[in-house]
Ligand binder design. Structure first.
Ligand code: ADP
Ligand code: MG
Ligand code: MG
Length: 881
């Protein structure tokens, strides 16, 4: 690319969203709005490429300086105003704007071009000295802090000084003479630093441009990029925009509006505005802003135009928009637009509504919702009846519940979070400098600020609970004290914030699962309509089966029977069964377990009402059901209570017998079923009886029996015969149709899948064991001892127990699918390892043609979304290629 001939400056309206990488989000949005004919002041954008160039050389180059001067000439012509001269002085704002939204992270200078001379011209032009002085003090403060790095506190102190000497309040309420004094006092602040406020408007302009470029590398901007994974190399554009004035009196205002409610998603404007104010006043929480609907009465014309602009922008962008505007003497101007940040719940509502409004397609709707959104919505809520613990009530700025220890500063939050503490950041309000601290905290509570305040916006973007503007509390962050309803709380005290209701509680409170799920259910049905891959559930107890069904599982992909053995009423029988001298005695105890298993399985078949239920025969080694050797020894050495000395000795003997060098690779799974066939026979009998019982109740059960840990086709062959024989002894007329299949979890099984498929009606990848055995990692050892370091060093890209290792384990799976289906074309294949709930792994399962993924009941909503997104992505992929 030839940097020399590249276009460096775009007049607003020349570009558009397609140039967002060069113009930044703000510049591209302004250009787009101007092209749509919306009321946007004139201006131009210096590209992000110039930022990179500036940061490299440390100065503006001659060519750019000249082009800016030319662009200013065009701006003067377009506006009929002149920069640095009367009678109609041109004032501009110099604004940052990166390709990816970084709200409030970089700098903006307003009213550039104002000096002694142009200020007098403004007075002459508007007849409003107050306004001119107000604009001047704002420029001096913004220029002083952002361009010259004078601490903001010095301007605050100067303001207080002048106010104290001359009567009432903040700069907003000062009379003319006081304001005049303030401007002079600000001049002093400059001189105290050996500086002079520059009178030359071009000097103001170029210094501001450089400051905006430099703000790309400010600490807070870097922190924001780090937390949000934004590329450091992008750079910011600079927008130079003709000023319009919201501080020209009672018919002027500045405000921020979302086209829909960013918290609930409801289709109505949501925003705030301030009369006779400029720029950041709304967000900064200096005065409390009013609800945007208040404009309807105060400035009806501007309000009408705003409503219309919101509507047009939504249709144009086909999304919920966030808009910054200013009203100058009753006339509306739009100063920024971008896709609005919103809470996960609102995002879902908006997506569903826009789908119904015909604004977006089903595919777009599905692709707009990320797994994190679904997780964010499944947030718990505070249970009713705990009002006694409420310490304050504020604005419900970002939904969800978080409990943690109070901290009063971002630095402390960062420090304490490293010790693994859960924290609630409590502040008077937050600023851009708090982003790191907010990332380290679980929730936020602020005393000041509205629904568009910094804390609220960042919390929603991070998906963390926040209560803001809780005016009834008093936060003394320097003294480290929070006073609320007569309580005095300090660092380390535990509080709970509920960002759904806007309340905070002392201590930890009881929470419940989400109450209203209508939107999730509706959205997930949309997902199901495009997926090919089904979502089943791993469920071991009747309660889990019920939850799985509630969450939309289309089957049970794995019911582990051993969990049922661990129940209090059963473990004694199970142990006696294990310690039996011979298979005859063992059968005795198995007979006692049989009715218990029948009732378990009956529940499963009943609840699933004819959907497939895969029951896995016993898998773990038997010693897992006995106490640890150490425990038995200890009990033996303890005070003898007649009951059991002999029993304990017998148990110890059995434990010693069953002891294995490597239990993971030991006597378990189908190996157990082959050697102690009476165990599997009992289980199959129970399955058959349960199925017959449910059938007699009028539900046709969909039975699948799964054999674990098969690595050789002969294992499958032998067990298939045993299962069939046992089943038909219970159901001689063959009224129940059932499948016999196997887990594929030993690497060898993948490689001989064609032979195993001769004896199996279905496969289910057990990717936990398959991962262990493919890598030769024992999971419990690996995760504790070296996997983290492996990832840090880049030896592994991620934890293979979380996301399927595509190159190794994935490849084996692919071979297994191909070979299996070579023998049986319609072989039913799924996955029941924990990977079945991981979006990346789900996409892979879709790609290799599995029929379903089986995930834990809680992961089912996310898995349904992931299955739909996988289908859409692969359709897009095949269209592209
Ligand atoms: P940020 O990226 O922090 O939002 P902006 O560049 O949007 O910074 O500026 C902040 C605010 O300054 C805007 O919301 C708007 O109220 C005000 N502002 C910026 N440019 C102008 C302008 N040309 N005229 C009037 N107000 C402006
Ligand atoms: Mg802005
Ligand atoms: Mg296994």
């Amino acid at each position: 690319m030839n940097l020399g001939t590249e276009k460096r400056i775009y007049d607003l309206g020349e570009g558009g969203m397609h140039l967002v990488h060069l113009l930044g989000g703000k510049g591209a949005g302004l250009a787009e709005m101007r092209r749509m004919g919306l009321p946007v002041p004139a201006g131009f954008t210096i590209t992000t490429a110039e930022c990179t160039r500036y940061l490299k050389h440390g100065r503006l180059d001659e060519g750019l300086v000249n082009e800016v001067r030319e662009a200013m000439g065009r701006l003067e012509a377009a506006t009929g105003k002149s920069f640095g001269r009367g009678p109609r002085p041109l004032l501009v704002s110099v604004r940052s704007g990166a390709p990816v939204s970084m709200p409030g992270m970089m700098d903006t200078v307003l009213n550039v071009g104002l000096n002694e001379e142009t200020m007098e011209a403004m007075v002459a032009l508007t007849g409003d000295r107050r306004f001119a002085l107000d604009s001047m003090r704002r420029l001096m403060q913004m220029f002083g802090t952002t361009v010259l790095g004078i601490p903001k506190e010095e301007f605050d102190r100067a303001t207080l000084r002048v106010a104290r000497n001359n009567g009432p309040g903040s700069a907003d309420m000062m009379d003319l003479d006081t304001l005049d004094g303030l401007v002079r006092e600000f001049g002093e602040v400059y001189r105290n630093h050996g500086l002079e406020f520059p009178q030359d408007p071009y000097r103001q302009l170029f210094m501001s441009i450089e400051a905006v470029f430099r703000s790309w590398n400010s600490d807070r901007a870097r922190a924001y990029r780090e937390i949000n994974g934004i590329d450091d190399g992008m750079g910011t554009a600079v927008n130079v925009v003709e000023m319009v004035f919201g501080n020209m009196g009672e018919d002027s205002a500045t405000g921020v509006v979302f086209t829909r409610d960013p918290n609930t998603g409801e289709k109505r404007l949501s925003g705030e505005y301030l009369v006779n104010a400029q720029g950041e006043d709304v967000v900064a929480g200096i005065r409390t802003p009013e609800n945007v609907y208040g404009m309807e009465r105060r400035m009806p014309g501007a309000f009408r135009d705003l409503v219309e602009a919101c509507d047009r922008l939504e249709r144009h962008y086909r999304d919920m928009m966030d808009i910054e505007f200013t009203v100058e003497r009753g006339r509306l101007y739009l100063l920024q637009t971008r896709v609005g940040k919103r809470a996960p719940r609102a995002h879902l509502r908006i997506t569903l509504d826009m789908l119904k409004e015909g604004l977006i397609s089903v595919e777009e709707a599905v692709m707009r919702v990320e797994p994190e959104h679904i997780e964010g919505i499944m947030h718990p809520r505070v249970e009713d009846g705990q009002d006694g613990s409420v310490i304050c009530s504020g604005l419900a700025a970002s939904p969800g519940v978080a409990t943690g220890e109070i901290v009063f500063s971002s630095d402390r939050a960062i420090e304490l979070s490293k010790q693994g503490r859960r924290l609630i950041l409590v502040r008077p309000e937050t600023t851009a400098d708090d982003v790191r601290g907010m990332a380290a905290s679980a929730g936020f509570l602020t005393q000041k600020g509205g629904m568009t305040s910094h804390a609220a916006v960042v919390a929603r973007a991070m998906g963390k609970p926040a209560v803001v503007g809780a005016e009834e509390i008093e936060v003394d962050h320097i003294g480290g004290v929070l006073r609320a309803r007569g309580l005095t709380l300090r660092e380390g005290d535990v509080v709970t914030v509920d960002g759904t209701t806007g309340r905070a509680y002392i201590g930890e409170v009881r929470v419940t699962e989400v109450a209203e799920r209508d939107d999730i259910d509706e959205f997930l049905r949309v997902c199901d309509s495009v997926s090919r891959l089904q979502v089943w559930a791993n469920a071991n107890t009747p309660e889990e089966v019920a939850l799985a069904k509630r969450n939309g599982a289309k089957g049970i992909g794995l019911a582990r029977t051993e969990r049922m053995f661990l129940g209090n009423d059963r473990i004694g029988v199970v142990r006696a069964m294990i310690m039996s001298r011979d298979s005859e005695e063992r059968r005795l105890y198995l007979d006692r377990l049989l009715p218990m298993q029948v009732s378990d399985f009956t529940e499963f078949f009943r609840t699933m009402e004819g959907m497939p239920v895969i029951i896995r025969l016993l898998d773990p080694p038997l010693h897992e059901f006995l106490p640890e050797k150490e425990e038995i020894l200890e009990r033996l050495s303890g005070p003898a209570d007649g009951e059991s000395a002999a029993e304990l000795k017998k148990m110890l003997e059995t434990v010693r017998d069953l002891e294995e060098f490597n239990p993971m690779l030991g006597f378990r799974g189908c190996r157990l079923g082959i050697i102690h066939r009476e165990i599997y026979e009992m289980q199959v009998r129970a399955i058959a009886r349960a199925a017959l019982r449910v059938r007699s109740e009028g539900i046709e059960p969909n039975v699948e029996i799964m054999v674990p840990l098969v690595g050789h086709e002969n294992e499958m062959k032998e067990l298939r015969e045993i299962i069939m024989k046992t089943f038909s002894s219970e159901d001689p007329e063959g009224r129940i149709r059932y499948k016999i299949g196997t887990m594929i979890e030993v690497p060898r099984a993948c490689l001989v899948a064609d032979r195993i498929a001769e004896f199996a009606d279905f496969f289910s990848f057990g990717t936990n064991d398959l991962t262990q055995m493919t890598f030769g990692y024992s999971r419990d050892d690996a995760e504790g001892k070296f996997i983290r370091q492996y990832i840090e060093r880049g030896i592994l890209r991620h934890d293979p127990f979380t996301s399927i290792d595509l190159d190794g384990v994935g490849r084996l799976m692919k071979i297994g699918v191909e070979l299996g289906r070579k023998t049986k074309r319609d072989l039913e294949i799924g996955i029941c390892g924990e990977h079945g709930g991981d979006p990346e792994s789900i996409e892979f399962c879709h790609t290799i043609g599995l029929d379903y993924v089986s995930a834990s009941p809680r992961r089912i909503p996310v898995a349904r979304l992931a299955a739909a997104r996988a289908a859409i992505r692969s359709a897009m992929g095949s269209r592209e290629s």
